[in-house]
Design a binder for this molecule. Structure first.
Ligand SMILES: [Zn+2]
Length: 189
C-alpha cells in the first residue's frame, strides 16, 4: 500500500504548509464545533419541506431561501434531477420524517446543458464500460423543471404530491423564477 508521503500529516502541519482542501475543511469544522450548541432537535424538518436542487457551487440553498438549521431536507445532485435515488430520499423524507412539500430548483448556466447523452458513450470508449445511469442532460431548463415536477407527482411511493413546485435560480441575480407545471411541452417536429 502506498501512502501520500508528499502530504503532511495532521491539520497543524497542513495549515502551516497550505495543506489539502480537506485539511482546511476539517480546521473550519473545529471552529464551528467550538461555537456549536446542541439545538435539541430531532431529525424531522421543522418546515416539513424537502428541497431538491442542483449541486452547483453558486447555489447556497439556505441563504437563498432563508432557511435555518433543521428547517428542511436538502437533496442535491448534478442538475437537481429527479432520479430513482432522489425518489428514494423523498420517500424516506415523507414517510419516515414527516415532510409534505417538495421544492425543485434548477438554475441558469447549468453544466448539464453543456453535455449530451454522448457523455456515456465517451466514457465507454475511454474505460470500456458504459455507465448504467443516464446523464440526464437537457436543453431547455424550464422543460426539465416541468418533467422533474411530473416525476415527483407521479411517483407511487410518495404520500404527498399536492404541493410540488419548481423554480429556476438565476446565478447572476440570486432570484428564483417559478415554472408553471401546467404548460405543456413543445412537441418535437
Ligand atoms: Zn447545475
Amino acid at each position: 500500500m502506498t501512502t501520500s508521503a508528499s502530504l503532511p500529516t495532521g491539520s497543524e502541519a497542513a495549515i502551516s504548509t497550505g495543506g489539502s482542501v480537506t485539511d482546511r475543511l476539517v480546521e473550519a469544522n473545529e471552529q464551528y464545533a467550538a461555537a456549536f450548541t446542541d439545538p435539541g432537535m430531532d431529525a424531522r424538518p421543522v418546515l416539513h419541506v424537502a428541497v431538491v436542487a442542483c449541486m452547483d457551487a453558486r447555489l447556497d440553498l439556505h441563504a437563498a431561501l432563508g432557511l435555518e438549521l433543521g428547517d428542511c431536507h436538502t437533496i442535491r445532485n448534478a442538475g437537481g434531477v429527479v432520479t430513482d435515488d432522489v425518489i428514494r430520499s423523498l420517500t424516506i423524507s415523507q414517510r419516515k420524517l414527516g415532510t409534505r412539500s417538495v421544492v425543485l430548483i434548477h438554475h441558469t448556466g447549468c453544466g448539464l446543458e453543456a453535455i449530451t447523452e454522448d457523455f456515456r458513450t465517451d466514457l465507454e470508449m475511454e474505460v470500456g464500460q458504459r455507465p448504467a445511469w443516464a446523464v440526464e442532460s437537457f436543453r431547455d431548463v424550464d422543460q426539465d423543471v416541468r418533467q422533474s415536477m411530473q416525476r415527483v407527482r407521479t411517483s407511487p411511493f410518495l404520500l404527498h404530491t399536492d404541493d410540488v413546485r419548481g423554480f429556476v435560480f438565476d446565478v447572476r441575480t440570486g432570484l428564483l423564477r417559478e415554472i408553471d407545471a401546467a404548460q405543456p411541452p413543445v412537441e418535437p417536429s
